[in-house]
Write a protein that binds this ligand. Structure first.
Ligand code: BG6
Length: 471
């Protein structure tokens, strides 16, 4: 028996709309960028058409969440279910669906925790003006957020704006950046990122205006990068990797302006985004209430010098757009001290303690973990069980790290592991599973979509029941 977690700790679990819902065009929903990208892989792996079919199983799935003992459930609203073309008519059927989900959660004693945007921009806005590249997109998003605050804000008090803006912006497919010229692509990317910051600020302010007692935050993808060696250049590279991939984003949300090193990068690369009068005041006026972050693994970096052909700031693609290398800054390396998951994520509970301490020291805002988990190809045994002791080990290690960080003085409000049930992996369909509940389907065979509790379900249920003391 270990020491329990603080009273009222928010034990949760997470999902996102395009990964769990299915019903991709049901009741008037419009296509999204996430659907579009998943359809490109159709025929080879699962897509968002059915996913875990939460759209038709929500009652059953919420009953499972209650049985698990969840205090909070993090899920996202699909913008294109609420406003199918992104900026036109509101779809009453979309509002009705999320009303049902929210009411059922509350009836089961589970607090809804809503992300407004999880990789699924309405595709109509891409066709109209290439999505976030246009300034209008920020205002279309604000309008959608206002519709949600008015429709659900009487019952939903906890909100997240964008899921992983800082990671999404690094992945061309998610942003629909198709420009082949690297400099032009980076210029578009910087402009899109800036419009997302504007949208974030508009939405934070709208939440405070419209939702009584509402709390709102970004959900960033955290990074914790170790230097490959103790050469000062490698230490700088590791810091730069974190600053460039995460901290600039948190600083922008917190201070309302780009940090100096980031401005320098934008200037050196000649990609400073277009800003308009009044933006600076708007960005500074939006005050987030807490910080939410996702944590899966840590990174390692060495210094990558720039040269005549590769100017400072230019990205070097090695087939991995998320952990890209950047000339004059950093090169992604393998950490030989860590075990990696089958999919290459370097498993590192200590990194979570570091991140928790670092973010709390930097901003002194309460923290909540909105994703953490292990993606594996789970096996359903002949007697209908899933023995996922590896997932239990992974989560236990991270709970221990959280307990240590709280002893260090970090204010951690809750934990929402990814994912509540198996769902569509953002790149590996249903081969890579994260859930406490197995969904009986394969990539190309829908089977019966039966919900089967894994060993980790019973283990996490007991963790919650004992408030973390038995883990
Ligand atoms: C996070 C995303 O980055 O990682 C989730 O917010 C995603 O949407 C999760 O599913 C795990 O990544 P993947 O690629 O294994 O699904």
């Amino acid at each position: 028996m270990k020491a329990g977690f603080p009273e009222h700790f928010l034990w949760g679990a997470a999902s996102s709309a395009f990964q769990i819902e299915g019903g991709w065009d049901a009741d008037g929903k419009g296509m999204t960028v996430a659907d579009f990208n998943s359809f490109k892989r159709s025929g080879r792996q699962a897509d968002s058409k059915v996913a875990s079919d939460f759209y038709h199983h929500w009652k059953e799935d919420i009953a499972l969440m209650k049985e698990l003992g969840l205090k909070i459930y993090r899920f996202s609203i699909s913008w294109a279910r609420i406003i199918p073309d992104g900026d036109g008519e509101v779809n009453p059927k979309g509002i009705e669906f999320y009303n049902n989900v929210i009411d059922e959660l509350l009836a089961n004693g589970i607090m809804p925790f809503v992300t407004l945007y999880h990789f699924d921009l309405p595709y109509a806005l891409v066709e109209k003006y290439n999505g976030w590249e246009a300034r209008e997109c920020a205002f279309a998003f604000e309008r959608y957020a206002r519709v949600c605050f008015k429709a659900f804000g009487d019952r939903v008090k906890w909100w997240l704006v964008h899921n992983e803006q800082n990671l999404m912006i690094r992945v061309d497919e998610r942003m629909n950046i198709t420009e082949p010229d690297p400099w032009k692509a980076d210029k578009i990317r910087a402009q899109m990122d800036y419009h997302m910051f504007l949208a974030h600020a508009l939405t934070v302010n709208a939440c405070h205006e419209l939702v009584e007692g509402g709390k709102i935050a970004p959900a960033v993808s955290s990074t914790c990068t170790y230097p490959l060696t103790n050469r000062p250049e490698d230490v700088w590279a590791a810091k730069m990797n974190d600053w460039f991939k995460t901290n600039y984003c948190l600083d922008m949300h917190y201070y309302g302006e780009y940090p100096g090193y980031y401005m320098r990068y934008l200037r050196e690369r000649d990609i400073v985004p277009r800003m308009e009068p009044g933006d600076a005041e708007l960005l500074k006026s939006a005050k987030m209430d807490f910080i939410a972050f996702n944590y899966y693994r840590t990174l390692c970096a060495s210094y990558l010098p720039a040269d005549a052909e590769h100017p400072v700031g230019m990205r070097a693609y090695r087939g991995n757009e998320v952990d890209f290398d950047q000339y004059g800054y950093c090169r992604d390396e393998k950490n030989t001290n860590l075990q990696a998951s089958e999919y290459g994520a370097q498993i590192d509970p200590m990194g979570l303690r570091i991140v928790l301490n670092e973010y709390y020291a930097r901003y002194h805002l309460p923290l909540i973990i909105t994703e953490n988990g292990l993606g594996t190809p789970d096996v359903l045994t002949e007697d209908g069980k899933v023995h996922d002791d590896y997932r239990i080990d992974y989560i236990r290690g991270h709970l221990d790290a959280m307990a240590l960080a709280m002893e260090d003085g970090v204010e951690l409000m809750g934990y929402c592991p990814w994912s509540v049930v198996d769902l569509l992996s953002s790149h590996q369909g249903f081969r890579k599973r994260y859930g406490f509940v197995y969904i009986n389907r394969e990539d190309m065979d829908l089977k019966d979509l039966r919900r089967i509790r894994k060993d980790s379900f019973y283990w996490y249920q007991n963790v919650i029941r004992t408030n973390g003391a038995e883990r």
